[in-house]
Write a protein that binds this ligand. Sequence first.
Ligand code: A2P
Length: 276
Amino acid sequence: MTAGDVTADGRARVLVDGNEIPLLGFGVWQVRDGRGCEDAVRWALQAGYRHIDTAQAYGNEESVGRALRDSGVRRDDVFITTKFYPRRKDPVAQAQRSLQRLGVDFVDLYIIHWPAGGPTWAWDGMQRAHERGHARSIGVSNYSVAELDELLAVADTPPAVNQVQFSPFEYRRGLLDACEERQVAVEAYSPLGTGRHLGDRAVGEIADRLGRTPAQVLLRWCLQRNLVVLPKSTHQERIEENAQVFDFTLADEDMAALDALDRTAGSDQARERKWW
Ligand code: A2P
């Protein structure tokens, strides 16, 4: 298996460093620390998710760790991502704090949350976190192609992923193609447009015709576009619904109809407007 290959069960992708990342992950952005977050993560693990995506900035790593321990699922069977909060100075020290909060010996993936202060300054620290075994893979988030190229020019260990906002409505072909060429896997956050895309008529028509839900159609589109996809929900039935995306396929015409919903003109940017 080489970088970019999908595993035989169709559920994971091989990263540039040889590690495997499950294609479906559970995102916990905007899920408050405490009971609600623990329930959501436990439901996700019960529903078969084996990939949880958190961040230092989310403030819910302790709940993610508690849910993982309470779930009965083996640590080694779950892929855990956290993100370096780039307003801090030292990715190694912050990784160690994350590991304490999560109650794990390492995370599977540690990524720079956004290129605050420029795309390269934190990478040395990310590489040290990797060398020390705090993270099995390292990567970035919210990087444009130009920012990725700046980083690749100086990196000893190249970033394995770039996590960006991605959906048919944010179909950043330029960014996706460039990442694929550079062997950087793209992870889609807000694949449902934080819920906004679920009411779209074109998405709804495809879902109705296939006997699926709008969420499943949007998530399936991401999988067929070679993305790792990270839906978020705090409702058990939705968490389960969003995991049922490996038992159907969107036909080429439906993929094309969804592609046409893009509002970024195929941007090579991670986002049209930066919030940082
Ligand atoms: P909730 O957390 O109340 O269940 P995204 O993954 O793009 O960030 O979207 C997350 C938003 O979409 C959340 O507000 C979530 O609501 C909602 N959501 C997630 N899955 C579904 C679903 N299957 N059906 C309807 N709404 C959903």
